[in-house]
Write a protein that binds this ligand. Structure first.
Ligand SMILES: [Zn+2]
Ligand SMILES: [Zn+2]
Length: 186
């Protein structure tokens, strides 16, 4: 079975896990652990931008959480805003066909945009970002289907327009991957 190990700095509700399980067709095993990435974030922090360099942090976490099983994925949920060189900000990053992904929470919150807090919306966005980044670790590239979870979102408001699920074309591919994983366990 596909395994997700989530290390989080923020509380993750059962609703988030439910959306992840639904998108991955109930063929995923999820573990959640609390973490505080203070020293790692500090090492990758750009004090001029007041943001963390997401690529650097991903490199650091990949080295720290070594994983050889290609179907064990680590997702870090971090409470700091992030960028990659060339982009003003990113909501998440992932190692393509790798084992590690990071989702950054500040911009997923309505408060960040001066809007009233909405917990349900925050959790929906968090789930979509986790599902999307884990998709990259499974070698999914961006999809052009508007509702597909693998569609690229330029902003969190674009994240709101897509569903938490893979489109039918991506889902067909996902089923093949999940079957391959299942076979390797038999
Ligand atoms: Zn992406
Ligand atoms: Zn798709």
């Amino acid at each position: 079975m596909l395994k997700l190990i989530i290390y989080t700095e923020t509380f993750i509700s059962d609703y988030v896990l439910e959306l992840i399980r639904d998108a991955y067709l109930r063929s995923v095993d999820i573990e959640v652990h609390n973490i505080h990435l203070g020293s790692e974030v500090e090492l990758c922090f750009n004090s001029v931008r007041n943001q963390v360099n997401a690529s650097k942090l991903l490199d650091l976490l990949t080295m720290k959480f070594v994983e050889k099983d290609e179907y064990v994925k680590y997702v870090f949920v971090v409470n700091v805003d992030a960028y990659v060189p060339g982009l003003n900000y990113v909501l998440g990053v992932a190692r393509m066909c790798g084992n590690h992904a990071i989702v950054f929470t500040p911009r997923l919150r309505q408060e960040f945009w001066g809007l009233p807090s909405n917990e349900q919306l925050f959790y929906e966005r968090l789930a979509k970002e986790i599902i999307h980044e884990v998709g990259h670790t499974l070698c999914f590239e961006h999809c052009i289907t508007p509702t597909c979870v693998m569609r690229f979102s330029n902003s969190v408001f674009e994240t709101d327009e897509k569903s938490h699920r893979f489109c039918s074309k991506c889902e067909t591919r996902l089923i093949k991957i999940l079957k391959t994983i299942h076979k390797s366990w038999v």
